[in-house]
Design a protein around this ligand. Structure first.
Ligand code: URA
Length: 432
């Protein structure tokens, strides 16, 4: 079949075969299929959808487009995690070392900031000397020796996703369950862990606006994991307001370290315990996610997870002392208080607006972008009565350029006369 016939078949709502999908993905990643034809196929997929079999075939074709890691020399059940991305989401920085502190190996490849959401790699790279650019042999050796590594995806892994993602971004084809599920899962399969915990964000701060659509995406990814022979669990968690109280690269690193030291904000601690609980269960360290959660609480209190993070940072070229004095990384920073006029209770905090405010600020800050941040003093349900609800952190000298970001953060706060009911962090657990 020619590629235009493959496009026409999907346009007409028919199911593509494994060979047809592989022809399109391999052809595109090798430069044999032009952007115009791939864009047409992607749009046909957005409009017509894909069956579970097609979505799995698309994922496998993408995973096979580049290098795959061989983790077989690492003993034990290797457990990976993935978040679909949100505002203030620094969960990997806490749960990867926390789970590894129980002897469960965590090989983690992470991404950079995408749209209004932050990226784990940008946060970690705030530490001087630390590299996330780990060649495959070094990555595997580090996980074997200390139980955890957090690295940036290399260009050699899943090149098809890299190319397709850029095209989706330019052709309004990002919002599609089969395309998102295959993009995420192809990267997980290329890393090759035995078990995967997926944190699928529901709410305007992520990419799925509500619990129902997040649950559908979670189901699609769990199905791919099952077909690939991986033990996979998806958690649908809330992403309406930012996670925790810090948004920004350095400030999120600080909050992750504080959390590992047993001093994290309640919503973020809850999420970390839940995710770590499921990872420990899939990794065989505990019989149930609940017991995993209780174990996670113990190592948050004892500081064992923090010790593991420090060990990982040293292995990746950073220094232990920097972790103990992270505030130094902020350099000269102006603190701009953000106030809202109304008194009452915080009814909602629009995470997307906060994420966009920070993205704009970072664009202005150039080299100093990692020190930009938003600290929330009030969370949904808190009473407010005239005091600042947040503080904007901007590199010294940029204060005058921050007015727009201040009003964006101000506008993110919705105030009501009575306290809203705040739903629990975990909206659903999707099992195979
Ligand atoms: N994250 C990914 O890796 N891919 C998507 O398509 C969306 C979010």
């Amino acid at each position: 079949m020619t590629i235009d016939e493959v496009i026409a078949k999907k346009r007409d709502g028919l199911e593509l075969s494994k060979e047809e999908i592989s022809q399109a993905v391999c052809g595109y990643s090798r430069g044999l299929v032009p952007d115009s034809q791939m864009a047409a196929l992607l749009m046909a997929i957005v409009l017509r959808g894909m069956t579970s079999q097609e979505t799995a075939d698309l994922t496998f074709a993408m995973a096979e487009s580049g290098e795959r890691l061989d983790l077989s020399t690492i003993p034990g059940t290797k457990v990976d995690k993935h978040s679909t991305g949100g505002v203030g989401d620094k969960t990997t920085l806490v749960v990867a070392p926390l789970v590894a502190s129980f002897g469960v190996p965590v090989p983690k490849m992470s991404g950079r900031a995408l749209g209004h959401t932050g990226g784990t790699i940008d946060k970690l790279e705030s530490l001087p000397g630390l590299t996330t650019d780990l060649p495959p042999e070094r990555f595997v050796r580090q996980v074997a020796e200390i139980g955890v590594a957090i690295a940036a995806q290399t260009d050699q892994m899943v090149p098809a996703d890299k190319k397709i993602y850029a095209l989706r971004d330019a052709t309004a084809t990002v919002e599609s369950i089969p395309l998102i599920a295959s993009s995420v899962m192809s990267k997980k399969l290329a890393v090759g862990a035995d078990a995967i915990v997926l944190d699928v964000k529901a709410g305007h701060g992520g990419f799925m606006p509500d619990v129902e659509s997040a649950r559908t995406l979670a189901g699609a990814m769990v199905d791919i994991g099952l077909r690939a022979g991986k033990r996979t669990v998806a958690l649908v968690t809330r992403m309406d307001e930012p996670l925790g109280t810090a948004v920004g690269d350095v400030v999120e690193l600080v909050e992750a370290v504080e959390t590992l030291a047993g001093r994290g904000p309640a919503d973020f601690v809850e999420l970390c315990e839940i995710v770590a609980g499921h990872m420990l269960c899939l990794g065989g360290a505990v019989p149930s996610p609940q017991e995993g959660r209780e174990s996670a609480q113990l190592n948050l209190a004892s500081g064992a997870g923090l010790e593991k993070l420090e060990e990982m940072i040293v292995a990746q070229g950073g220094c232990r002392e920097a972790v103990r004095d992270l505030k130094k990384l902020m350099g000269e920073t102006d603190h701009i208080p953000v106030e809202v006029e109304r008194q009452g209770y915080v009814a909602a905090i629009d995470a997307r607006r906060i994420g966009l405010a920070l993205r704009d600020l970072k664009a202005l800050a150039g080299e100093r972008r990692r020190t930009c941040g938003v600290l929330l003093h009030k969370k949904t349900g808190d009473a407010i009565g005239g005091e600042p609800v947040a503080t904007l952190l901007v590199p010294a000298g940029l204060r005058d350029l921050s007015a727009r970001a201040v009003s964006q953060v101000q506008g993110a706060f919705e105030v009501a006369e009575s306290a809203p009911v705040t739903p629990s962090m975990l909206a659903a657990v999707v099992l195979p």
